[in-house]
Design a protein around this ligand. Structure first.
Ligand code: UT7
Length: 322
């Protein structure tokens, strides 16, 4: 049986940092409200001319270097994002070309904040099926370009960034289990109102921007993140006490704390980046993984559970030995 395993990680955060104090000057809020209600203290924002593929390229270079592979080793690129540069060509082809990776399988997928978990799961299947031998998997997002900077309910939450991993075959796990889910009955609770074939934006109302029913999203998120983590552990016969690290989607410190409490996992085992990154959607889990690998917390062979939840709703988990 071939498993897949992460051989290298990388992340990129845009230079510009927007603090809660900066936001106080833009919108009717306080730094204290943002910190206590969300856990976010600062977030990075793309420059106006900076794109998601720019961030992907930088994160990928670090992951490729970390894995010690050549560009020609890579035979697949998969990117989870809701904010690609263009509708087409797909962003993975742009990144493949810009990095100088020879022609290969390259596609992006959209699962909102669960995009990286969906992309990693897909890469794992390609490796297990012997259809790919070295996959560049990225979660990347520039949601700060989609928010209404007059809407204090949403503009204080999001940040930009990209997280990348290199996934390769391995004799031993590696990835132990992946679980994905989605339910479109929740489509009206979190969405962007304009797409290439539909326009739900009411002319003359607000700016076209992310629409979110925060409280409702919060409740379903805690419930689903708890469920998907339990499913990952139970299906693998692994107890929560064996887990070394939980790396959850970084949407809100209170969602993370409530999920950890529900799972009875101590917060010391939870990787937190929400204070520094804000909610970076598909980039949040791979960036948090990279942070914890590089600061020495996540070590080789440790048991790590990554999980995410986002618009759709979508949700998913990957349980792995790093
Ligand atoms: O990535 C996955 C998708 N997104 C999420 O997971 C987000 C999930 N939801 C949340 O994180 C939280 O619901 C929010 C952070 C969005 C909001 O926190 P909350 O504790 O649920 O606040 P709320 O919406 O119930 O609002 C409480 C009060 C309201 O005032 P009133 O009606 O009580 O007078 C809001 O108008 O806080 C007010 N408020 C603010 N005040 C200062 C809302 N946003 C702000 C703000 N600054 N930025």
């Amino acid at each position: 049986m071939t498993y897949s395993r992460i051989a290298g990680t990388g992340r990129y955060l845009p230079e510009k940092i927007l603090t809660n104090a900066d936001l106080e000057k833009i919108v009717d809020t306080t730094a204290e409200w943002i910190k206590t209600r969300t856990g976010v203290e600062r977030r990075h924002c793309c420059a106006p001319d900076q794109t998601t593929s720019d961030m992907c390229v930088e994160a990928a270079k670090i992951a490729i270097d970390d894995a010690g592979i050549n560009l020609s080793d890579i035979d697949m690129v998969v990117i989870g994002t809701t904010t690609p540069d263009l509708i087409f060509p797909n962003i993975a082809t742009l990144v493949q070309h810009r990095l100088g990776i020879p022609a290969c399988i390259a596609f992006s997928l959209e699962a909102a904040c669960t995009g990286f978990i969906y992309a990693l799961t897909t890469a794992d299947k390609f490796i297990k099926a012997d259809e790919a031998k070295c996959v560049l998997v990225i979660g990347a997002e520039c949601l700060t370009k989609l928010v209404d900077w007059n809407d204090r309910n949403t503009c204080v939450l999001f940040g930009d960034g990209a997280g990348a991993v290199i996934l390769k075959p391995s004799e031993k796990p590696g990835i132990i289990s992946c679980h994905l889910g989605a339910d479109g009955q929740y489509k009206d609770l979190l969405y962007y109102p304009v797409g290439p074939s539909k326009d739900l934006h009411k002319a003359g109302t607000d700016e076209v921007a992310i629409i979110m029913a925060g409280k409702e999203v919060f409740k379903v998120a805690v419930n689903m993140l708890g469920k998907v983590a339990t499913q990952a552990l139970e299906s693998s016969g692994i107890s929560k006490d064996e887990l070394d690290w939980l790396i959850p989607h970084q949407a809100n410190i209170r969602i993370i704390q409530a999920t950890a409490k529900r799972l009875k996992i101590p917060m010391e085992k939870v990787v937190l980046t929400v204070q520094d990154h804000g909610n970076t959607s598909a980039a949040s889990v791979p960036m948090a993984l990279d942070v914890a690998v590089r600061d020495g917390r996540v070590k080789r062979d440790q048991l790590v559970l990554m999980e995410a939840f986002g618009g759709g709703f979508t949700w998913g988990s990957v349980l792995m030995r790093f």
